[in-house]
Design a protein around this ligand. Structure first.
Ligand code: RP5
Length: 160
């Protein structure tokens, strides 16, 4: 398994599915599990210590300590995804995830930024994988082409 996704609750899955889909589209092996820094700390510990993954994505909402705890257990790159939840709309999770003490970094994405977490993981893996690097270039080119199409449609609307 190349990328491991850990989410604090099954309620986070609706956000994390985008990360799994994106990684699969790039042909990257991925596994995903529910494990909570607060509710199942031993499971988080055992999972991280036993995982062969090269990159971890850790996602949680509210007092989101999961990514930080995962980072404390490994020297592999950890990408944090703060999850939007009531009543603070993800700001609580964003600050809990991003404000790591010096020495234990977490690469924190936007609130609900699961797709970018997957892309960032692919970028890390692509440093040592030419075929993944080429796929990333194609992905960016396709994205730019789609924007150009959208721009053409707007130009048509404007000139009507
Ligand atoms: C966090 O608390 C989870 O990551 C989730 O985002 C949030 C709410 O969890 P549930 O009450 O939905 O299980 O630990």
């Amino acid at each position: 398994m190349t990328v491991a996704i850990i989410m604090g609750s099954d309620s986070d899955w609706k956000v994390l599915k985008a990360a799994v889909d994106t990684l699969k589209n790039f042909g990257v092996d991925v596994e995903a599990t529910v494990a909570s820094a607060h509710r199942t700390p031993q499971k988080v510990h055992d999972f991280v210590k036993n995982s062969p993954a090269q990159v971890f994505i850790a996602a949680a909402g509210m007092a989101a300590h999961l990514a930080g705890v995962v980072a404390s257990l490994t020297t592999k790159p950890v990408i944090g995804v703060p999850i939007n939840s009531e009543p603070f709309k993800g700001l609580d999770a964003l600050l809990s995830t991003v404000q790591m003490p010096g020495g234990v970094p977490v690469a924190t994405m936007a609130v609900n930024g699961a797709k970018n977490a997957a892309l960032f993981a692919v970028e890390i893996l692509a440093l040592k994988d030419d075929s993944l690097a080429k796929k990333l270039i194609s992905y960016r080119e396709q994205m730019a082409a789609e924007i150009e199409l959208k721009d053409k449609k707007i130009q048509q609307e404007v000139s009507l």
